[in-house]
Design a protein around this ligand. Structure first.
Ligand SMILES: C[S@@+](CC[C@H](N)C(=O)[O-])C[C@H]1O[C@@H](n2cnc3c(N)ncnc32)[C@H](O)[C@@H]1O
Length: 372
């Protein structure tokens, strides 16, 4: 800016000098014109030198500028290259990180997948083991059920066979009784709560053999009626006791229906505390005061088993003094443990012996002195 101003001042000065020289020449002032010309020349030289110098400076500056430009360009290129390089490195680093991250994640996913598969396999293994155990258990259960069914079928078959055989034996026994006795009316049933046909036939055998004059029966019912028929014409007196007035009445009615009331006396003897059989209650003896010389004692009550296992045991201890010397004692249901125990005690303590073992459910007890 400053250079261009000095140039404008120089050009203006040269103009002024030229005009002044021309005026001086025209005015005939050669010397002034000469001086002005010399000044103009000096100015021109100065300008030329300055131009040259300036040109040299410019060239120098231009070279410098070019050089700087080149250096700057290279540096910039280098910087750019560095930056690019760094950028590329950063990109590569990022790429590497990305790859590492992707690979890591892929490996983790593979691990998770493998673990899941292993878990599934393990679960499947457990399920399989449970399934196998279940199948095995069900096979055992089936085998067990088959075995039990077979055994049950066998037991049921045994029971049915036994029952059928027993029923046939009962019918056989009844046929035998009916050849000796002709009932005048429908007889009360045998079996269940009443004496069974086989024991009844056994009883009637003994009655026929003993021809007892005094019969005492503990527990009235079907047997009472059969006894009445079996002793008809023998002059036998039958006294039957029942703890229950309702059943005593039923028996009385049956006795009357069959026309046996003259020889059979059915009495109600409620159960009372008794000290003869581990606290088992027994018949009220107040209604037994007139009993004596009993030839046949039939013990079929009080109801045993469920009420008290030794319910019938007091019979002999209580009535022993009323028995005739040749008395026969019969105990029904002798296959039950309480009754078997009573038989043992009566034999041990009252001198009885057991006869006809296995003939029926009756235990037949006689004193040894009895001639049989
Ligand atoms: C073991 S049962 C035997 C009765 C009788 N000695 C007989 O063989 O028919 C004993 C008791 O059964 C009861 N009893 C009597 N008649 C009955 C009937 N029709 N139904 C159910 N129980 C009866 C009486 O209380 C009797 O003392």
């Amino acid at each position: 800016m400053r250079q261009s101003r000095s140039w404008r001042i120089g050009i203006a000065g040269a103009g002024v000098l030229t005009v002044a020289a021309a005026i001086a020449s025209a005015a005939g002032a050669a010397r002034v014109a000469g001086v002005l010309g010399a000044l103009l020349l000096g100015l021109g030289v100065t300008v030329a030198v300055d131009i040259r110098s300036r040109a040299a400076d410019l060239a120098h500056m231009s070279r410098l500028a070019a050089k700087r430009r080149t250096e700057d360009g290279e540096a910039a290129i280098a910087r750019d290259a560095d930056a690019s390089l760094k950028h590329v490195e950063q990109m590569q680093q990022m790429e590497r990180r990305l790859l590492v991250a992707v690979e890591t994640e892929r490996l983790r996913a593979a691990d998770r997948h493998r673990e899941a598969l292993e878990g599934q396999a393990e679960t499947a293994g457990h399920n399989r083991a449970s399934f196998d155990a279940l199948i095995s258990a069900s096979k055992h259960l089936r085998a067990d059920i088959e075995l039990r069914t077979k055994s049950l079928r066998g037991d049921v078959l045994d029971d049915v066979t036994k029952m059928t055989r027993d029923e046939v034996r009962q019918v056989e026994a009844l046929f035998q009784v009916l050849t000796r006795i002709s009932p005048r009316a429908l007889m009360p049933p045998t079996g269940r709560w009443a004496i069974d046909a086989r024991s009844l036939t056994h009883l009637l055998d003994i009655v026929a053999e003993e021809k007892p004059r005094n019969v005492v029966e503990l527990g009235s019912g079907t047997s009472t009626v059969w006894l009445g028929y079996a002793t008809e014409g023998l002059g036998t007196r039958i006294t039957s006791f029942d703890h229950d007035e309702e059943f005593a009445s039923l028996t009385r009615a049956e006795v009357a229906r069959h026309g046996l009331a003259d020889t059979i006396d059915v009495r109600t003897a409620p159960l009372q505390p008794c000290d003869q059989a581990d606290g088992a209650p027994w018949y009220d003896t107040a209604v037994m005061g007139d009993l004596e010389a009993i030839d046949l004692l039939i013990v079929d009550g009080p109801p045993g088993g469920t009420n008290h296992p030794f319910a019938r045991r007091p019979a002999v201890p209580v009535l022993a003094s009323r028995l005739s010397p040749n008395a026969v004692v019969l105990l029904d249901d002798s296959d039950r443990s309480g009754e078997a125990e009573a038989v043992r005690q009566w034999c041990d303590e009252y001198g009885f012996e057991r006869h006809d073992v296995g003939v029926s459910r009756l235990a037949v007890l006689r004193r040894p002195t009895t001639a049989h």
